[in-house]
Every structure is written in structure tokens, then in C-alpha cells.
Design a protein around this ligand. Structure first.
Ligand SMILES: Nc1ncnc2c1ncn2[C@@H]1O[C@H](COP(=O)(O)OP(=O)(O)OP(=O)(O)O)[C@@H](O)[C@H]1O
Length: 350
């Protein structure tokens, strides 16, 4: 697993820990989290519900205090030196409030006045989020995606270098998700750093340059998306179909050849194969003829599911495939071999 250790960091946390105490006892929000977000690009902060993403973001923004550990934004320790860096940070943690009867332009003008930003900036940020054509319409006439883009525009008023969005596509329809996603990507393309948290991998996978995956308040993997998927490619799986009467012998032949074989309905899933040809050859040499052979490409969702699916609170499992291999969860920063994903699944239930 490639850890993000090169270059400047927009965000760095070390051993960050936060517990919540209530009458029902103590619950752990974040447990020794080491997070490294490089400067520039979209960084996906991924994990199932309750894995500590919001808690981490709230600590970074000085909204709650960690019990232990350190955090820094652009090298400034926070919360102690947050005032030194807060002008470079824009965040949406909860849905901001806008006046329903006012236009985007009027709402943002009021906000600009409040934070001492020149009103001349308002049209620029409206343009940046693609709302120019609707800037004079009342806020209440906007779609959810437009409302969220206006929220993003509000964070841009002070032209921050770092944008932190906590589940920004929650509750949006597919069109709204696409709009917000494109807006985040274009901000990163302008040189900003975007940290976006999500429990829905598919929303982030397409636009993220790098990701950190958390489970139960801990980092379980981090790296460039291409590297995470690339590592999966070396351990890809192959789906094999043989005649029903050959299933037992095929399983035995492949296992003897050192491959991991699982039944999937009427097919066999073979893990650890270098390529499909190896599987074909191994079976053919023993006189077992393959009816179908499909290489299954690892993707980020497979990595994500493999790392987090035993980690959701309350013993819930994710929709999608179960983790295929036994053994202990991976060490922080080291991805387990991803399971292959034959069909798309998008949302990680919790
Ligand atoms: N104010 C609070 N009081 C008590 N426990 C809390 C509080 N806030 C969060 N927690 C607990 O801390 C853990 C982490 O929650 P957090 O909201 O940070 O996770 P998350 O990854 O952001 O989840 P989600 O995707 O649902 O927002 C959960 O077990 C949650 O129940």
C-alpha cells in the first residue's frame, strides 16, 4: 500500500483520538487516526457510517477537541493555531441556511458582507459552481443539487485553498450527485485541495486522486486510487465455469495448484491467479475443459469492501460481496488483497 508521504500535506493528523461520554457509557469516535491529505486534488475520506469521518472533520475545524493526538492544517497545529489558517479553509459540515425567498446572488452578498469579502466575488463563485444562469432565481426554486452547489459557492467566497465537504451528496438524486461531483473536481483542477467524506464509494471513486479509508475510527488504507486498484490487479480473480460434473475435480485441481477457490452460484471464483490463462492451463492439463473464463478486475470498491465490511458498528454487513478471505483485519495503512467485483454495487449499507 502506498502511503501518502510525499510532498506537502494540507492535512495531517497523528494518533488522533476522540471518545464520547454519555450516560450509556463511552463510545469511541476516532481511535488513533493518522490521516495525510496531500496538497492539491480530491482526497476521498471513505468509511462506513459511524467510522469517525465527521468526528475527524469536526476536530480539524476546531468544533470538538481531541482527547489525544495532533492535527495540522497546512502545517499549522489545530485547534491551537486554527486562527492562523482558518482563512484558507472552507467547509460544509452541515447544510447551511439560506433565505428561501432570496436569490443565490442576494444570499451570497449577505454572507460576503458578513465575512468582509468584497461583493464583487459573489458573481465569480456563482460562476465557479455553474449557477450563473439561475443566480437571480429564488433559493426555494432550486433543486437539491443546486442548493448544495450554492453551499459550495458560499465556502468559496473567501477563496480558500482547502475545502472540506462532509458527505456533500447526501440526499441528492443522481443528477445532483453528478453536479456536485463535477464541481468538486473542477475546484481541484484549479489547484485547490478538496477533502470529501463519503460512505458511498462510487460517489468519490470517479473524482478522487487519493483516498483514506477508515473503519471504526482507524485508518485501514491510504494511497492513490490508481495504486490501490493497481495492487488489486496483481491479485485478480477469475470466474470459471465448468460442466457440473467437473466442479469437484476442478476445485481440487486448482486448490492443489495453490489457488483459492470459492463457489459462486454455479461458477467457481478463483483468487490469486496471475491471469485467466493460468487457470485455463491448469485445468486443461488435467483434462478439465472450461466452459467460461472471466477475469474479474479489482476496483476501489472491492478494496473498500474488503477492508471495511467487518468493521461496521452493530455487526451490520455491507450490501455487496462478503470478504472472501479469512484472517485478521489488515494493519493500518496496508490494504488487504481486494475481492474481485463481478457486478457493480454502489452503496455501502451500515
Ligand atoms: N455527539 C456524539 N455523542 C456520542 N457519540 C457520538 C457523537 N458523535 C459521534 N458519535 C459516535 O462516534 C462514532 C463515529 O461517528 P461519526 O459521526 O464521526 O462517523 P461518520 O463516519 O461520520 O459516520 P456517518 O457517515 O454516519 O456520518 C459513532 O459510533 C458515533 O455513534
Amino acid at each position: 500500500m502506498t502511503l501518502l508521504d510525499d510532498g506537502d500535506l494540507a492535512i495531517e493528523t497523528r494518533g488522533l483520538r476522540k471518545t464520547y461520554r454519555s450516560v450509556r457509557g463511552t463510545s469511541v469516535g476516532v481511535e488513533g487516526l493518522d490521516l495525510r491529505v496531500p496538497v492539491g486534488g480530491v482526497h476521498g475520506f471513505l468509511g462506513p457510517n459511524g467510522s469517525g469521518k465527521t468526528t475527524t472533520i469536526r476536530m480539524l475545524l476546531g468544533l470538538i477537541r481531541p482527547d489525544r493526538g495532533t492535527a495540522a492544517i497546512f502545517g499549522h497545529p489545530v485547534p491551537k493555531h486554527l486562527p492562523d489558517v482558518v482563512g484558507r479553509v472552507g467547509a460544509i459540515v452541515e447544510s447551511p441556511k439560506f433565505f428561501p425567498a432570496f436569490s443565490a446572488r442576494r444570499n451570497l452578498s449577505l454572507l460576503a458582507d458578513g465575512i468582509g469579502t468584497p461583493r464583487s466575488r459573489v458573481d465569480a463563485v456563482i460562476e465557479e459552481v455553474g449557477l450563473t444562469g439561475r443566480a437571480k432565481d429564488k433559493y426555494r426554486t432550486y433543486s437539491l443539487g443546486m442548493k448544495q452547489r450554492l453551499a459550495i459557492a458560499a465556502t468559496l467566497l473567501k477563496d480558500p485553498d482547502l475545502l472540506i465537504f462532509d458527505e456533500p451528496t447526501n440526499g441528492l438524486d443522481p443528477a445532483g450527485i453528478r453536479e456536485v461531483r463535477q464541481t468538486m473536481r473542477s475546484l481541484a483542477d484549479q489547484g485547490k485541495t478538496v477533502l470529501v467524506s463519503s460512505h458511498i464509494l462510487a460517489e468519490v471513486e470517479q473524482i478522487a486522486d487519493t483516498v483514506s479509508i477508515v473503519a471504526r475510527g482507524r485508518l485501514v488504507a491510504a494511497g492513490r486510487v490508481a495504486d490501490l486498484i493497481g495492487e488489486g490487479a496483481s491479485t485478480r480473480s477469475v470466474r470459471v465455469r465448468v460442466a457440473p460434473e467437473d466442479v469437484t475435480i476442478a476445485t481440487s485441481v486448482l486448490e492443489t495448484g495453490g489457488l483459492l477457490v470459492r463457489r459462486e452460484h454455479d461458477a467457481l471464483l478463483v483468487d490469486g491467479a496471475g491471469d485467466a490463462a493460468q487457470v485455463n492451463r491448469t485445468l486443461g492439463e488435467r483434462g478439465v475443459w472450461v466452459q467460461e473464463l472471466t477475469p474479474l478486475h479489482a476496483d476501489l470498491e472491492s478494496v473498500f469492501l474488503g477492508l471495511t465490511q467487518h468493521e461496521t458498528p452493530g455487526g451490520h454487513t455491507h450490501r455487496g460481496k462478503r470478504r472472501k478471505r479469512g484472517g485478521p483485519p489488515p494493519e493500518p495503512g496496508h490494504a488487504a488483497a481486494p475481492a474481485a467485483r463481478p457486478e457493480p454495487t454502489t452503496e455501502v449499507a451500515s
